[in-house]
Design a protein around this ligand. Structure first.
Ligand SMILES: *Cc1c(COP(=O)(O)O)cnc(C)c1O
Length: 589
């Protein structure tokens, strides 16, 4: 078979390099696990649409994250998702050598092109350690996304950071800005320091050397959950990185509580740091008081998440939406009933797929809730079932209720797996035929799109303040779907009560929060759903108000203006602009 040929690519003009451990590049490639990878992919898709001078680096993940299997009681098992980059993607044409674990590691890369609406390309280099000549164990280092133990993980983060800088270098790419998407990529700073010192020992790096690297790095932190910040024992740090790099990390003040902490490396070596929603910026500022932390609220790539029927409607009514998402505001020029009818097509498509996968028949005239996300304890998938009797009573009273669940637990997260079984058993114990509940297997890109385009209300019940942003509710909003959610993450900014959705009120206990959820369902949501004109107006508000803001076109523009190329007012720039005004005034006189 003929392989795709690597076309020459001018990388010298690419001034921003985006580093991420996972990137969702295509529904058919298993190179992502969840929200972080989706955000990375959506960022690059918007960069391609808007002609941004970017390039990106990640790992190839030859065996993927995993495919989820659920048995009759909701017990999760996992299987690999192997794929073959050599028959799928062109090679980057270079092999580099990385010193790690006290030996040499050969790395190559595969190139995935993210192609924008005008044909602009963002090349993504997927690093691959499965190279002949490598130690047999090392050849598997780029196989499993978030697999293995901490030693395996540290090797992967070393490959991403140090290998990423080396491969860009080998390809003639010298970016001005390096964006660490999460602390996983922080070791790129050590790679830049090595370049800067040109062979001199890193442990002798001066503060000026560190400043030179800081000028080239920006960092986005993604979670207030402490376990989400990778840390490694010093023995592993010395073993994997070697004595010189490890000593430099220690001496530059990057250790925290006696451990090598990726977030602290990223903080120390970045000139700009941000959280992913306004509230998350504040929470992160409290976690890391010695570093100024800003906020840029996440978004989603509209053309990726908008249903086909909505895309057709907008292509007719406001075709400029593809390059400029601000035009989502213009859906106010489309009759609300048309928005509602367009949404219904997504609902029918979802229900056809549910029947296909599960043999369960859902009624398109019945109010349908969606709840799909990574299954982590703080996300509290079972809050909806806090009082099953009340939920059933509401379903009876309002003429029926349907709920679709989906979500994977990390393969080593037994508590998370227990939560999936809890949802199964709660559903099995229901007695009312007015309430229908289905848990769909293997939540991924395609299922995420189907669900956010097809349900009536998107539900999110995290324990505050652990939801840094959340993006699935943004996908729903674009498609005219309101949210019912705890006021955390993006929803603090996106919730206009009874206009774009509903807030679950804060409570002292889980019982109080569940009660608020039930109250909203019974007294606000169901009555509005029973009034088609009011519901259609709400659907249009979701797209107009939230779709026009919570997208990655807007988000990327904020990264450019605030993080990559900030136009910061300093005393010098203010003095300079004042003298320009004085000159203009003098000319006018
Ligand atoms: C959008 C998306 C996510 C992230 O959504 P959250 O709201 O952050 O939970 C995770 N997984 C998939 C498959 C998605 O499409």
């Amino acid at each position: 078979m003929s392989l795709p040929v690597s076309t020459p690519f001018d990388l010298t003009s690419r001034s921003i390099a985006y580093f991420s451990m996972e990137i969702a590049l295509s529904p058919s490639l298993p190179t992502y696990s969840g929200g972080l990878g989706m955000l990375a992919g959506d960022t690059l898709r918007s960069a391609a649409d808007t002609g941004a001078p970017m390039v990106a680096v990640s790992l190839v993940h030859r065996r993927g994250y995993f495919r989820q299997h659920l048995d009759a009681v909701g017990q999760q098992t996992e299987s690999d998702v192997p794929w073959s980059p050599e028959t799928t993607l062109p090679g980057a044409g270079k092999v580099i050598t990385l010193q790690m674990q006290g030996r040499e590691l050969l790395l190559r890369a595969w190139r995935f092109d993210v192609v924008g609406v005008t044909g602009h390309i963002i090349p993504v280099f997927l690093l691959d350690a499965d190279v002949e000549g490598n130690d047999p164990w090392d050849r598997h280092l780029t196989d499993h996304l978030y697999g293995g133990d901490t030693y395996y993980r540290l090797c992967q983060e070393t490959i991403l950071g140090l290998g990423g800088i080396a491969i860009l270098n080998a390809l003639g790419c010298r970016p001005e800005v390096h964006h660490m998407n999460e602390g996983h990529a922080a070791l790129l700073a050590i790679g830049l320091l090595e370049e800067h010192l040109q062979g001199a020992p890193l442990r002798d790096a001066s503060e000026a050397d560190i400043q030179a690297v800081r000028q080239q790095c920006v960092f986005t932190t993604h979670t207030p959950v402490p376990a989400g910040h990778d840390q490694f024992g010093l023995d592993q740090m010395y073993q994997v990185l070697g004595h010189d790099r490890a000593t430099a990390i220690d001496r530059t003040g990057c250790l925290h509580n006696g451990l090598m902490n990726m977030t602290y490396i990223a903080l120390r070596f970045s000139r700009y740091v941000n959280g992913v929603a306004m509230q998350h910026g504040k929470v992160s500022q409290d976690m890391f008081p010695s570093y100024p932390i800003h906020a840029i609220t996440n978004g989603v790539h509209a053309a990726t998440w908008l249903s086909q029927p909505f895309q057709q409607l907008l292509d007719t009514e406001v075709p400029a939406w593809r390059t400029d998402n601000q035009y989502f505001r213009s859906v106010y020029g489309i009759p609300a009933a048309t928005i509602a009818a367009t949404h219904r097509k997504g609902k029918l498509r979802l229900f056809a797929e549910v029947q296909n996968r599960t043999d369960q028949r859902f009624d398109p005239n019945v109010l349908t809730l969606g709840f799909a996300r990574r299954v982590a304890t703080y996300k509290r998938a079972s809050l909806l079932f806090h009082n099953p009797a009340r939920l059933e009573a509401i379903a009876e009273k309002i003429g029926g209720l349907q709920i679709l669940f989906a979500g994977k637990a990390h393969h080593a997260d037994n508590a998370g797996k227990g939560l999936i079984r809890d949802v199964f058993s709660a559903a099995a114990n229901l007695t009312s035929s007015a309430l229908k509940i289905v848990y769909l297997e293997n939540y991924d890109w395609e299922l995420g799109a189907l669900l956010t385009q097809g349900v009536d209300v998107w539900v999110n019940t995290p324990r505050r303040p652990y939801e840094a942003s959340g993006t699935s509710g943004m996908k729903a909003a674009l498609n005219g779907v309101p949210s019912l959610s705890i006021l955390d993450g993006w929803w603090i900014e996106g919730c206009a009560e009874n206009v774009t959705g509903w807030a679950i009120e804060d409570g002292e206990t889980e019982a109080e929060e569940a009660a608020s959820l039930y109250d909203k369902l019974e007294n606000s949501i169901a009555p509005m759903y029973g009034n088609p004109a009011a519901w259609a107006a709400m659907q249009r508000h979701c797209t107009a108000i939230n779709g026009s803001f919570f997208n990655t076109h807007r988000m990327l523009a904020q990264y450019f203006g605030n993080s990559y190329y900030p136009s910061v007012a300093t005393p010098e720039t203010i003095a300079a602009s004042a003298s320009t005004i004085a000159i203009q005034d003098a000319v006018l006189v």
